[in-house]
Design a binder for this molecule. Structure first.
Ligand SMILES: C[S@@+](CC[C@H](N)C(=O)[O-])C[C@H]1O[C@@H](n2cnc3c(N)ncnc32)[C@H](O)[C@@H]1O
Length: 235
């Protein structure tokens, strides 16, 4: 799925590492507290997979798609603008679909994706990309939750992909308290395996993988930058 901060580009390398932790420990629960576009969880094999996110529109979209909702094949820029302006008049899954799938960089209603000469059919591309993901969403449990409410988990592999320090903001999310997050990870690691995607983590976290990738955060400002993606484990 098209989503700001999606791990699709690095999924090929990331998934086998996470999968290895699940397989070797033999745990039956895999949890993603920052599931976003479900671009990691949809490729993981585990008895139970749970994806949480604080952003209600993405959870509505993922749940509806999993349960058979089919998005419109085309949505014009005028329709997109109306959905953006009057969200309360539309089902939340459609708001999520327009807001993320049809917006530049998968950033919630950043701006309608189109090229200047109208050669590419972005609506069709989003529709096809979504249709391709739907079979892989089957069996995943989704719920709206702030990760800070997750306090009572044990015997799980928890993969965290939080908003990166210094990256663009996600809609429903205000500021992100990184120190709180680091402490939460360390607490959860007492009874679980905790893995984190970030570019930097403090003491107590060990880098287990890295790869330089090109990033694109929004409709102009950050295109073409190269940053290093890293995966950390709580030690
Ligand atoms: C980098 S994105 C996840 C991308 C996802 N891994 C993918 O590949 O599509 C980070 C997500 O964290 C969510 N988020 C931010 N603060 C949160 C919080 N306090 N609790 C739960 N989710 C939060 C955002 O809404 C966003 O969907």
């Amino acid at each position: 799925m098209h989503y700001m901060g999606s791990k699709n580009k690095i999924a090929k390398e990331l998934i086998p590492i996470i999968q290895d932790y699940i397989d070797k420990s033999g745990v039956g629960i895999y949890i993603e507290p920052f599931v976003g576009g479900a671009n990691v969880i949809d490729k993981i094999r585990c008895e139970r997979r749970i994806g949480y996110d604080v952003e209600p529109y993405i959870i509505s979209l993922l749940t509806a798609l999993r349960d058979g909702w089919v998005p419109p094949e085309t949505i014009s820029e005028a329709e997109y603008r109306d959905v953006k302006a009057r969200k309360e008049n539309y089902p939340p899954e459609l708001v999520g679909y327009c807001g993320y799938q049809l917006s530049y960089g998968g950033k919630f209603f950043d701006c309608y994706r189109r090229d200047k000469i109208g050669k590419r059919d972005y609506c069709r591309e989003a529709y096809n990309l979504t249709a391709k993901q739907v079979p892989n969403l089957q069996g995943i449990e989704f719920a709206v939750k702030d990760y800070r409410e997750l306090t009572d988990i044990s015997g799980a592999v928890i993969y965290c992909d939080p908003p990166y320090r210094g990256a663009g903001k996600y809609t429903a999310v205000g500021g992100f308290d990184y120190d709180y997050f680091y402490n939460w990870c360390i607490k959860m690691a007492a009874k679980n395996t905790v893995l984190v995607s970030e570019r930097w983590m403090p003491e107590g976290f060990k880098e287990i993988w890295h790869k330089p990738v090109k990033i694109c955060l929004d409709s102009g400002r950050s295109a073409g930058l190269e940053k290093t993606e890293k995966l950390f484990e709580v030690v």
